[in-house]
Structures are given as structure tokens and as C-alpha cells.
Design a protein around this ligand. Structure first.
Ligand code: HEM
Length: 410
């Protein structure tokens, strides 16, 4: 920025970020915000964080709280009338200790490194199914929308099988999952929650029913295991069980879907990197990390100061919200060389996209393995695949991904 240019007001930058054009391409706006520094104090009432080290520290600070029920009472009065947030505040993502610790202890061992390794054959089978689906649909030269036909099918296939959700129910869950993620967007008006409310009610009914069926006739799936652990005296109410099962489905369907779509698009846009991904299986891990850094499925996370504190020299009063712009942190030039360049061979790549600290993503290893398996398989099977027109993104900023991704399969 030249000395004669003036900085745009941070709230104006935020306003443009929330407009449809900003959501299609938020990255120049993050740079406008970064011009104010890594920690941007807006008159003591809101803080935006754009730096990598600063976001990483915020995620590990026990005095910065996730949006639980008590936080939401202050941030969004009236939320208790809305079932989307009623249910969200009963899951581990939107709780703080001691509830968070209790939930996390109950669910985390199911996602250990050993469990994830044992799921590899299932993940390969699901990837094979999603790839074959695309190959069959595109065989006559027809356009295929990869979002429902590959990325959602793969992501939901994996978590659906783990949770014991029958395959015939997967397609019907797509709209429900999408509507629930709308409740995570910045809320200007409570009416914005209505689509998420309806979706959450339908999903809660679905999971209450699934839990009842698995209780009556247990299988080898995780839902059966969780029901058994709860009934054997696990510290969890039935509602908390249902709320966290819903979280597992939504978290494992939407963000992995977006990671897969973004990976395929970036591969199709970068032929040299695509060729390397196809030829060298060892390069897949770097490709996943760079996609997570360069165009993350989750762009921003919210925290609230539990008490008066000082954060990198900025005084933050109790109750002040902090918006951690992790997608900006992922392009912090103090941390990454040429941050605007897509470079899957980047060394020491540590994107913030799976969060950090107490809420570090429980499904990170599973999401990585699924993406490393599915995308090279797709590109190797269909070497003539090409994008049809410029890809567009959903009108969302917290959870970013393609609404459609049209390709021909060659
Ligand atoms: C690309 C894929 C994924 C991304 C980008 C992602 C991202 C995230 C992020 C950013 C958080 C923490 C939010 C915060 O700190 O406020 C989180 C938490 C979580 N994720 Fe993921 N996730 C992905 C895949 C998955 C999968 C496959 C699962 C399930 C198997 C999963 C389950 C969870 C759960 C249960 C939490 C809550 C953890 C807690 O609060 O302790 N995620 N994820």
C-alpha cells in the first residue's frame, strides 16, 4: 500500500466480505484487513485476527471461549427460540469446559489413529464407488456436477457407513446438512436461522430414530457403540448423544465435501501439480495441506473473551468477540513465502484449517486420509476431466465451498 492510499475501515471491509461478491473471492479483502495488522481492534467492541501466529495462539488460549449457551445469550438474544442453536449448544464444538471436556472424552477414542488406520479399506471402497459413479454419469460426454456426484457422495458415504446410516438415506441428508451450516454464518437477523431450524429438527428426529433402532438391534457401527457406552453409565444425556451424533454427521459431510471439491478444482486449474498428484502417491499429503491452506473449507472461527485480557498488546474486555480469520492467517506473509501461490510442495505447511487447542478437529486424520485416497483415484481414472466454465461458490463465508462443480470426464 502506498503512503497516499488510506486504509479501508475494518467494518467496511467486513461488510464487503459478507456481500455476495466478497464471498465469491474473499482473499483480496483479507489483505485489506491485514493492512491494519495481525490483530485489529475495532474501538474495543470487536477484534479481527489476521495473523497466523495470532490465530494459533487464540485457538489455544483457555480464556477465549467457544460460542456456548452463555456466550450466545449475550451475543444473540432470542436464540433460545431457535432449534438450530438449541441443538448446536449441546455439542462439543459449541461448548466450553467442563461440558466440552466431558463430551470430548466420550467421543474421541473412537477417532484414534488406530481406528482411522483400520478404516482405510472402507475409505478406499467408498472412493471407488464415488469415482465409478462419476465415470458412469459422464461416459456419454454428459456434464457431471461433482458436488453431489463425487464429493458429497464420498464424504457422506464414509461418515454414513461409520455411523450406521443406511446408504439409501444419504442423498436426502444433503439439503439438511447444507441448511444447518447456514446457522453458522454471521447472523444479522434471527430470521436467518429459520432454514437451519427446520433442518435441525428433521435431523434430530432422524437421529433419535437411529439411536432407538441401534439400541434395539446393535450393529458394528459407531452409533451402536456410543449408545452402548451411554447406556452403560457414560456421562451423557440422550439429547447430548443425539446432538453430538448430528455434529459428527454435519462436520464430516460438509467440510470434507468442500475440501474434495476444492482439491479437484485446484488440480484441474494447475496441470503440472495435477500430473504430479497422479504420478506420485507421496505427493497427496502435501496437496491436501496446500488446499487446506490456500482455499480453506472453513474460513473463520469465533471466540469471546472470558475475562479482561491483553492479546498481543491489544486490551480485550470480557465479553468482546474475536473473529479469527484463519483463511487470512493461512496467507500470512510472515509465515508463508509467496502465500498467494498454490504450491503443494511447500515445506513446513501448517494451515489453521483444522483449528487448534481444545477444539482441534476430531476428524482431521479421517478427512486427510479420505481426500488423499479419493482425489488421486478420480484424476487417474478420468485423465481427460476438465472444468466446464468458471466454478462458483456457495453464498457463505464461514464454511466455503463450491455450490456446483461442473466437469466433463473426457
Ligand atoms: C476438511 C475437513 C474438515 C475440516 C476443514 C474441519 C474443520 C474443523 C474445525 C475448524 C474445527 C474446530 C472449530 C473451532 O475451533 O471452533 C473442527 C472441529 C470438529 N470437527 Fe472437523 N473438520 C473437517 C472434517 C471433520 C470430520 C471428517 C469429522 C468427523 C469425523 C469432524 C469432526 C469434528 C468434530 C467432532 C469437531 C469438534 C471438536 C471439539 O470441539 O472438540 N471434522 N473441525
Amino acid at each position: 500500500m502506498s503512503p497516499t492510499e488510506t486504509l479501508a475501515d475494518p467494518l467496511d471491509v467486513m461488510g464487503r466480505l459478507l456481500a455476495p461478491a466478497g464471498k465469491q473471492n474473499p482473499y483480496p479483502l483479507y489483505e485489506e484487513m491485514r493492512a491494519h495488522g495481525p490483530v485489529v481492534d475495532v474501538s474495543g467492541v470487536h477484534v479481527f485476527v489476521t495473523g497466523h501466529a495470532e490465530c494459533a495462539r487464540a485457538l489455544r488460549d483457555p480464556h477465549l471461549l467457544s460460542t456456548d449457551a452463555a456466550v450466545q445469550d449475550v451475543k444473540l438474544p432470542g436464540w433460545r427460540e431457535h432449534s438450530s442453536w438449541y441443538w448446536l449448544t449441546k455439542n462439543m464444538l459449541f461448548s466450553n469446559d467442563p461440558d466440552h471436556d466431558r463430551y470430548r472424552r466420550f467421543f474421541s477414542s473412537a477417532f484414534s489413529a488406530r481406528s482411522v488406520a483400520a478404516w482405510q479399506p472402507m475409505v478406499r471402497r467408498r472412493a471407488e464407488d464415488a469415482v465409478s459413479n462419476v465415470a458412469a454419469l459422464g461416459a456419454g460426454g454428459e456434464m457431471v456436477d461433482l458436488v453431489p456426484e463425487f464429493t458429497f457422495r464420498m464424504a457422506t458415504g464414509v461418515i454414513g457407513e461409520l455411523l450406521g446410516i443406511p446408504d439409501e438415506d444419504h442423498a436426502g441428508l444433503r439439503g439438511i446438512v447444507g441448511d444447518i451450516t447456514l446457522a453458522l454464518e454471521p447472523i444479522g437477523d434471527l430470521a436467518q436461522l429459520v432454514p437451519g431450524d427446520g433442518a435441525m429438527d428433521r435431523l434430530a428426529e432422524y437421529f433419535h430414530d437411529l439411536v432407538a433402532r441401534r439400541r434395539a438391534a446393535p450393529g458394528s457401527d459407531l452409533t451402536s457403540a456410543f449408545v452402548k457406552a451411554r447406556d452403560a453409565g457414560g456421562e451423557l444425556t440422550e439429547q447430548e448423544l443425539v446432538a453430538n451424533l448430528m455434529l459428527l454427521l454435519v462436520a464430516a459431510a460438509e467440510a470434507p465435501q468442500d475440501l474434495l471439491s476444492n482439491m479437484v478444482r485446484l488440480a484441474l486449474e494447475h496441470p503440472v501439480e495435477r500430473a504430479r498428484l497422479c504420478e506420485d502417491p507421496q505427493s497427496a499429503a502435501g496437496f491436501v495441506d496446500e488446499t487446506l491452506r490456500f482455499d480453506p473449507a472453513v474460513q473463520a472461527l469465533n471466540r469471546v473473551a472470558a475475562r479482561d485480557l491483553e492479546f498481543f498488546g491489544v486490551k480485550v474486555a470480557a465479553g468482546v468477540p474475536l473473529t479469527l480469520l484463519i483463511a487470512a492467517g493461512n496467507r500470512d506473509p510472515r509465515r508463508f513465502t509467496d502465500p498467494g501461490v498454490f504450491d503443494p510442495s511447500r515445506p513446513d505447511n501448517q494451515p489453521l484449517t483444522f483449528s487448534g487447542g481444545a477444539h482441534y478437529c476430531l476428524g482431521a486424520a479421517l478427512a486427510r486420509m479420505s481426500a488423499e485416497t479419493a482425489v488421486p483415484k478420480l484424476l487417474n481414472r478420468l485423465p481427460g476431466m476438465a472444468l466446464v466454465g468458471p466454478p462458483t461458490f456457495r453464498n457463505q463465508i464461514v464454511q466455503r465451498g463450491h455450490d456446483r462443480l461442473l466437469v466433463t470426464t473426457g
